[in-house]
Ligand binder design. Sequence first.
Ligand code: LMR
Length: 393
Amino acid sequence: MFTNLAPQPADKILQLVGMFRADPRSDKIDLGVGVYKDATGLTPVMRAVKAAEKSLWEAETTKSYTSLAGEPAFQAAMAALILGDAVASDRIAAAATPGGTGAIRQALDLVRMATPSATVWVSDPTWPNHLSILKYLGIKTRLYRYFDAESCGVDFRGLMADLAGAQAGDVVLLHGCCHNPTGANLTLPEWTEVARLLEKSGAVPLIDIAYQGFGDGLEPDAAGTRLIASRLPEVLIAASCSKNFGIYRERTGILIGLSEPSARQLTQDTLAFLNRQNFSFPPDHGARLVTMILSDPALSADWRAELEDVRLGMLALRQQLADELRRVSGSDRFGFLAQHRGMFSRLGATPEQVESLRTRHGIYMVGDSRINIAGLNATTVPILARAIVDTGI
Ligand code: LMR
């Protein structure tokens, strides 16, 4: 049996983690995988998470199963965080999932169950694992234009022209905020136009919101998702707590399905069914911490304050890198770095230049020249800027 297996392509992002670890150079710089790091290179456990873990340890009396779709309190807390009061509760079905990736996988499984012939439209470019999961599930996939390599902004005209081809029952995968890998995002008026287009076609949006709080703040980062949720009858939302709560390895995420009230129970039952088929009960520890934090005013305030520090720190690094590049390159062509939001930006380097940065300078980034801003600090920004210019980017 095992000898029949075909070798699978390595995940390009995770492959970099191993390469970076194996590099003996002490001055190497990791701008690869999307994990937040502070100025000392650590991915800290957030204060509120630590405090919640302590009181959970003291209060928890059982590790017995919860429910297939996770705890209703987690579902409610996450729905409030993402949707605010944009949607009536009788439209919301939700299930806890193993991380945001688990939510994407469950969403696409649900799409395949509901409409086997559906085409899923994804931005060009998108997170590589979106494409990998779609291919694995055998779902028809089409790309829509998203990134304008000239301006390093959104090619909105191209996006609208391509999405005009989406049919009723198709699914359009959108990044709620902090687009991965480009860092270029839709404005609110653009979200409104996308909503109008989807209303007209009957295509269903699937919003991947993995970085809420890393862009312009918790509320602004959810604005596009809320707008879509309030306007369209059916919406899927896959959210992650890995980044904004810093609980990557706890695998904490949620899939929300918004429908007409009459279809809510069926949607809820289907989400629970899908969990049972794929992994049975979702992980509970991270979800419980998130619920405790979001339902305790003091913990919540502390979490929001620490998240805001993280966000502002990344913005400051963006600005510093843009300024430094202006200084060493004598041009404004990297000004987009300060305009982008979230952890990522694409530098616009060729694969050869990316490789040269790695081999000659020990600077690691994804092959499409996506950098993780949080992998930098005030000392490494000038080193990166010089290496970029030195490499002829
Ligand atoms: C990334 O894009 O680097 C993150 O979402 C981590 C991952 O799982 O790929």
